[in-house]
Design a protein around this ligand. Structure first.
Ligand code: ADP
Ligand code: MG
Length: 626
């Protein structure tokens, strides 16, 4: 790729993707040009953090250089210079860091944004477009850098943003990176101190290192989290969040506290408004930033919280942690383990308090992170009781699909004679409300919790009980204390037995059993879970994970008071071999499967329905004529 231009200059071509990225940046995101400075300053700050940490354990060049970022302006040349004393880059690092797109998905993201014409200002912030955004304002960039390695060389990297960049040796003596930006004709506005100061205040106010113009410090620097809550406004927290966590939205809630025992630490924890799918389902974690004595050790440490709390963002700063904890030994550090325990219980406590005193806020939070707390119920045994109280459910007593209740509230409403907590799982409120197995409970005015998440069946089966009361799926075949719902059936014992036997013979191996139902009111029949077996939802989930997972046979309950079944019985008594009997049993069974979502090809029921309709129409005509 590299070809020699003059003796010492190497010309490199950008990766093809890079060129596309540059093109979009320069031509489409035009209105957000301010952010180029945010990106460069944040890179400088990262580089300073790295070298700060390195200094603790290794020999670095310019050991005592102040850790800061300096901005200056050259009016005549129309250029801006940004200089840091950070870790710098080697020749190899220059090629990798500034010649390729490191983050997969970056290009895709920008292309989508361009296509949908979304407001770039918001989105770009959360993604971070990085170094190349400089070409929105620069016609040429010259970057000189010397790595922290004591005997490393210095290099100049330069580019005009087109198809290639050049690298050549530099005479730079000091550690760090100096970027000179030659502004485009239409970007001269950036060549003003006041303008730059404004941008820094807006986007980079909370960087941990000083950003200066002519020795004037532009940003706040003092660590927000070590300050007293009383000295900080809601806006302080919000704007810190946006800068620190790279989110364009305000957080939903924050938690700021310091404790001294069993270990000293400050925590500033945020609950974001939205959680992306990678975090929710792919188990990707934001991680929490870890500081030791105000030095950033790791931007996204995943050992500070259990996996199910992976949606919170923020940081921990401990005075008790030794500065030389490295990323590798953080994992095994007992102090980290202690922080994790304390932080987890503090966060759960906060959620509990919100649930009690700020219901609306809590319910909103629940909407975004509920699934993850459910994951916690199944995985964090030591906090299970606390987590169970944090759960929220829609229920048969809710007015609509938005209503939420908790297990303690449910228990508070239980009838004296009610022994179990009833629940049903399904795709939506609409779907479960129509489920035949709910008829009994609605009729009796017994509250049933509605669960719609995939994880629910698994969780409920795992938990088994709350407050000494067992959790009962209403589709289970045995429900304790169930009062018989069937209105006085006029079938004799013999007729009953004949009809059930007919069903059994016809359905054969396809059902576990056929029984008389006590729970059905309006529906002719329904399926219930096999004895000691799993619910339909649970089996479907297992099947999703493993195609070969067998769906169990279920029990078919027959409502013997239902007109369909009574007529079938009469017909059966009169003529065992009437073909309608078999067709009707098949249809009823398929209907029951359909309700459970167990009919692989729902369309298959149509020919039979059409046949029934044809017969019914003929019957109507007969009635008219007869
Ligand atoms: P990101 O910061 O998200 O990694 P960037 O495009 O902003 O992406 O930067 C790419 C990489 O270039 C950085 O990860 C870093 O390794 C390197 N880099 C950029 N600016 C500097 C700098 N001032 N000092 C040292 N390294 C830098
Ligand atoms: Mg960056």
């Amino acid at each position: 790729m590299a070809k020699a231009k003059s003796q010492q200059t190497e010309v490199h071509e950008y990766q093809a993707e890079m060129q596309r990225l540059l093109d979009i940046l320069v031509h489409s995101l035009y209105t957000d040009r301010d952010i180029f400075l945010r990106e460069l300053v944040s890179n400088a700050s990262d580089a300073l953090s790295k070298v700060q940490l390195m200094t603790l354990t290794e020999e670095v060049l310019d050991q005592d250089a102040p850790l800061e970022i300096n901005l200056s302006i050259n009016d005549k040349e129309n250029s801006i210079i940004l200089e840091d004393s950070g870790c710098g880059m080697t020749h190899e690092e220059l090629k990798v860091n500034l010649g390729t797109i490191a983050k997969s998905g970056t290009l895709q993201f920008l292309q989508d944004m361009q296509k949908e014409n979304k407001s770039a200002e918001n989105l770009i912030g959360q993604f971070g477009v990085g170094f190349y955004s400089v070409f929105m304002v620069a016609r040429r960039v010259e970057l000189e850098t010397r790595s922290w390695h004591p005997e490393g060389e210095a290099w100049t990297w330069s580019s005009e943003g087109g198809g290639n960049y050049e690298i050549q040796p530099s005479k730079k003596k000091e550690r760090g990176t100096k970027i000179k930006i030659f502004l485009k004709e239409d970007a001269k506005e950036f060549c003003g101190e006041f303008r730059l100061e404004n941008i820094i205040k807006r986007y980079s106010n909370y960087l941990p290192f000083e950003v200066k113009i002519k020795d004037k410090v532009l940003n706040q620097v003092k660590a927000l989290w070590t300050q007293s809550k009383n000295d900080l406004s809601d806006d302080d927290y919000k704007s810190f969040y946006k800068q620190f966590c790279h989110d364009h939205e305000d957080p939903q809630h924050h938690l700021h506290f310091s404790i001294d025992a069993p270990i000293q630490y400050h925590a500033l924890i945020y609950f974001p408004k939205t959680i992306n799918n990678e975090v929710l389902y792919a188990r990707e974690s934001h991680g929490v930033a870890l500081y030791a004595q105000k030095v950033l050790i790791q931007q996204d440490n995943e050992n500070l919280l259990p996996p199910y709390l992976r949606f919170v963002k923020g940081l921990i700063d401990s005075e008790d942690l030794p500065l030389n904890v490295s990323r590798e030994n953080v994992q095994k550090n007992v102090l980290i383990e202690r922080i994790k325990k304390s932080l987890t219980s503090r966060i759960l406590k906060e959620l509990e308090t919100l649930g009690e005193s700020q219901t609306e806020l809590y319910n909103t939070l629940w909407g975004t992170m509920g699934v993850l707390l459910k994951e916690g119920v199944s995985s964090d045994f030591s906090n299970r009781e606390k987590l169970l109280k944090l759960l929220r459910f829609n229920s048969s007593l809710s007015e609509d699909e938005k209503g939420l209740t908790s297990l303690p509230e449910y228990v508070g409403r239980m009838r004296e004679e009610q022994k179990e907590i009833y629940y049903v799982t399904g795709g939506s409120r609409q779907a479960v409300m129509l489920h035949p197995n709910l008829e009994y409970f609605r009729g009796q005015g017994l509250e049933v919790l509605f669960l719609f998440d995939q994880i629910d069946d698994y969780m409920m089966a795992e938990v088994r009980e709350f407050d000494g009361k067992s959790l009962k799926n209403i589709s289970d075949s045995e429900i304790e204390g169930m009062a018989d719902q069937s209105s006085e059936s006029k079938l004799s014992e013999e007729e009953k037995s004949d009809l059930l036997t007919f069903f059994k013979t016809q359905l054969g191996e396809r059902v576990e059993d056929v029984r008389e139902s006590k729970r059905l009111v309006d529906s002719p029949c329904s399926l219930t879970n096999p004895k000691d077996g799993m619910s339909v939802q649970m089996e479907k989930m297992m099947k999703m994970m493993n195609q070969d997972f067998p769906i169990s046979k279920r029990q078919l309950e027959i409502n013997l008071s239902h007109p369909i079944n009574r007529n079938l019985s009469e017909l059966l008594q009169k003529n065992k071999s009437n073909p309608f009997l078999k067709d009707a049993v098949e249809q009823l069974f398929k209907n029951a499967l359909l309700i459970e979502g167990l009919l692989e090809n729902p369309v298959e029921i149509l020919p039979q329905i059409n046949q029934f309709m044809e017969d019914a129409a003929a019957f109507q005509i007969q009635k008219l004529e007869g």
